[in-house]
Design a protein around this ligand. Structure first.
Ligand SMILES: C[S@@+](CC[C@H](N)C(=O)[O-])C[C@H]1O[C@@H](n2cnc3c(N)ncnc32)[C@H](O)[C@@H]1O
Length: 255
């Protein structure tokens, strides 16, 4: 399976992608919170940030097939405005809460500690592709044993596992985590894998407008999907190419 990485501003390069050609968009853009990505992309004031967000969403949505869908990472600060905007173009399927499992550090005293990111899951139409069986979570032996009531006996889903809920509890990648690359907002691959496996058919095309450290590319290659990705920072592009080279050489060793 292959990937194409464009070292380019997504808005400058988006016309390289044909309309109605993409199965899934996974977008993890700057959140508008002032992170340093080696550029000014996360330094905009709220109104400029929302205007820019609308512009790239407007550019990305036509690239999706009728069966396509889009996941967008954001925060509670801007999710109301961003989700309202996307709802004028797409159907909202889920709001997913990513609980980063951050220990409470006690710094905040005027509100509750915020430990989650908000993920919007949207579909282009009711015909959107969704393979639940690819992402079911197996029941453990104990749970299976306790499900002895007749309504559970012989039920296929008891063997196949359950539907993941809309709160995803996955620890963020701390500095010493083995997955960790040199990128400030790298997402755990487990999260992206769930999106790829459930919302893009095998050999289908995933578009990532903001590749960062290349987590979407890694998830796509592992699960035999094609990936088209944009990243504006050339150092992150180098990091991605090294990451994927290591992944490929690891795969050869495993073989
Ligand atoms: C939140 S990070 C993505 C992290 C990624 N999901 C990962 O797991 O590593 C956002 C990335 O978008 C890049 N970026 C910002 N503006 C961009 C633009 N207009 N076009 C392409 N990339 C951009 C930033 O340099 C940054 O690396």
């Amino acid at each position: 399976m292959n990937y194409t990485l464009f070292n380019e501003d997504f808005l400058d390069g988006v016309d390289r992608i044909d309309d109605d050609s993409v199965d899934l968009v996974i977008a993890d853009p700057p959140y508008g919170l002032g992170k340093d990505f080696g550029n000014e992309s996360d330094m905009m004031h709220a109104q400029a940030f929302l205007k820019w967000t609308q512009a790239w969403i407007e550019a990305a949505v036509p690239k999706l097939k009728e069966t396509g869908s889009l996941y967008i990472f954001t925060t509670w600060r801007f999710s109301p405005e961003i989700f309202s905007f996307i709802k004028t173009r797409m159907m909202m399927v889920n709001e997913i809460i990513w609980d980063r499992k951050v220990p409470s550090m006690g710094g905040t005293t005027r509100r509750f500690s915020s430990v989650h990111d908000t993920i919007g899951f949207f579909a282009k139409s009711k015909k959107y592709y969704f393979d639940l069986d690819a992402v079911r979570i197996p029941y453990d032996c104990e749970t299976k044993k306790t499900r002895t009531r007749s309504i559970f006996v012989g039920k296929k889903w008891l063997e196949m596992g359950y539907n993941p809920k809309d709160v995803w509890r996955v620890a963020r990648l701390h500095r010493l985590h083995k997955e960790r690359e040199n990128h400030p907002t790298q997402k755990p691959v487990k999260i992206i894998e769930r999106m790829v496996k459930s919302s893009c058919p095998k050999n289908g095309i995933v578009l990532d407008p903001f590749a960062g450290s290349g987590t979407t590319i890694e998830a796509c290659l592992k699960h035999k999907r094609q990936c088209l990705a944009f990243e504006i920072n050339s150092d992150y592009c180098k990091l991605i190419r090294n990451r994927i080279e290591t992944l490929n050489s690891q795969a050869e060793l495993d073989f």
